[in-house]
Design a protein around this ligand. Structure first.
Ligand SMILES: NC(=O)c1ccc[n+]([C@@H]2O[C@H](COP(=O)([O-])OP(=O)(O)OC[C@H]3O[C@@H](n4cnc5c(N)ncnc54)[C@H](O)[C@@H]3O)[C@@H](O)[C@H]2O)c1
Ligand SMILES: O=C(O)C(=O)C[C@H](O)[C@H](O)CO
Length: 257
C-alpha cells in the first residue's frame, strides 16, 4: 500500500518559523505542531514569542520554543540556528515568514522605507536560509518554505516596496530550489492572498481594500487564519517531495483571474 495520508506526518521533525508570535507565523506553527513537529518560533519581542510558544506547546503536546531574533541581524540569526540545533539536534524545516509592508504612493515614500522592506523581506530570508543550509546539507534533508505573496506575482498600486520584495522572494525560491535539490533539500513558496492579520487589520475598512476584496478576489472574502495551514503542512512534509522552486497560491482565486 502507498503511504497516503502518512506523507503529511511531521512527528519528530524540527522546524524554525520566523516572525511567529502572531499572524500567519503562529497559525503555521499551530499547523506544524498539530502534525507532530517541534517548533522554534522567532520574533523581535521575547515576551510575546515566549507566550505564543508556550500556548502552542500546551495545546499540541510538542516542544515549542520562543526565541528573540531579528531576521535582518546575521548574529541573531546565527544564534537562532545554534539554539535550534542545541534543542532539536537538527533543522528539518525553515519557514521564512517574518515580513513587513509599508504602503504609499512612490512620491511619498522614503528611500529608508523602501530599503527597510527589502531588508526584512528579502535579506532576512536569505540570511536565515544561508544559516540553516549547512545543517540541512549535512543531514541530506530539508524543507525551506518562503512566505512570498500574491503581490510577488501580480501588481498593486501604492505597494512598490512590498511588490518588489515579494517578486524577489519568488525568484529566490526558484534559484534556491534548483541549487539545493541535489542535497535532498527543497525550497518552495506560499503566495497568500488577503489574510486579516496585524499586517492588514489597520487597512481592512478602507474603501480601497473593501473594493479589492470584492473586485479582485474570486471568493469575495478574506481568508481565515487556518486556511494557511494546509499549504504549510504540505510543503513541510514528504507529501511535497517532488516539488522544488514552486509557488503555491492560497489566494481565493485572485491570480486565477
Ligand atoms: N496577511 C496577508 O494577507 C499576507 C498576504 C501575503 C503574504 N503575506 C506574508 O506572510 C508573512 C506573514 O505576514 P502576516 O500577515 O502574518 O504579518 P504580521 O505583521 O501579522 O506578522 C509578521 C511577523 O513578522 C515579525 N517581524 C517583522 N519584522 C521582523 C524582523 N526584522 N525580524 C523578525 N521578525 C519580524 C512581526 O513582528 C510579526 O510577528 C509575511 O511575509 C507577509 O508578507 C501576508
Ligand atoms: O497590501 C495590502 O494592503 C493588501 O491587502 C494585499 C493583500 O492583502 C496581501 O498582502 C496580498 O499579498
Amino acid at each position: 500500500m502507498l503511504p497516503g495520508i502518512k506523507l503529511f506526518d511531521l512527528t519528530s521533525r524540527a522546524a524554525i518559523i520566523t516572525g511567529g508570535s502572531k499572524g500567519l507565523g503562529s497559525a503555521m506553527a499551530e499547523g506544524l505542531a498539530s502534525a507532530g513537529a517541534d517548533v522554534l518560533l522567532t520574533s523581535r519581542h521575547q515576551a510575546e514569542v515566549e507566550a505564543t510558544a508556550a500556548q502552542i506547546a500546551k495545546d499540541y503536546g510538542v516542544k515549542v520554543i520562543g526565541v528573540q531574533a531579528d531576521v535582518t541581524d546575521a548574529e541573531q540569526v546565527a544564534a537562532m540556528t545554534d539554539r535550534a540545533i542545541s534543542e532539536f539536534g537538527k533543522i528539518d524545516i525553515l519557514i521564512n515568514n517574518a515580513g513587513i509592508n509599508i504602503r504609499g504612493p512612490i512620491d511619498e515614500l522614503t528611500l529608508e522605507q523602501f530599503q527597510e522592506v527589502q531588508n526584512v523581506n528579502v535579506t532576512g530570508p536569505w540570511l536565515c536560509a544561508k544559516s540553516v543550509v549547512p545543517h540541512m546539507k549535512q543531514a541530506k534533508y530539508g524543507r525551506i518554505i518562503n512566505l512570498a505573496s500574491t503581490l510577488g506575482l501580480v501588481g498593486m498600486s501604492n505597494r512598490t516596496p512590498y511588490t518588489a520584495s515579494k517578486g524577489a522572494m519568488v525568484q529566490m525560491t526558484r534559484a534556491l530550489g534548483l541549487e539545493l535539490c541535489e542535497y535532498g533539500i527543497t525550497c518552495n513558496a506560499i503566495c497568500p492572498g488577503p489574510f486579516l492579520t496585524p499586517m492588514n487589520e489597520p487597512f481592512a475598512e478602507t474603501e480601497e481594500i473593501k473594493k479589492f476584496i470584492v473586485g479582485a478576489v474570486a471568493m469575495n472574502r478574506w481568508a481565515k487564519m487556518e486556511e494557511i495551514q494546509g499549504a504549510a503542512i504540505f510543503l513541510a512534509s514528504d507529501a511535497s517531495s517532488y516539488m522544488t522552486g514552486s509557488m503555491v497560491t492560497v489566494d481565493g482565486g485572485w491570480t486565477a483571474r
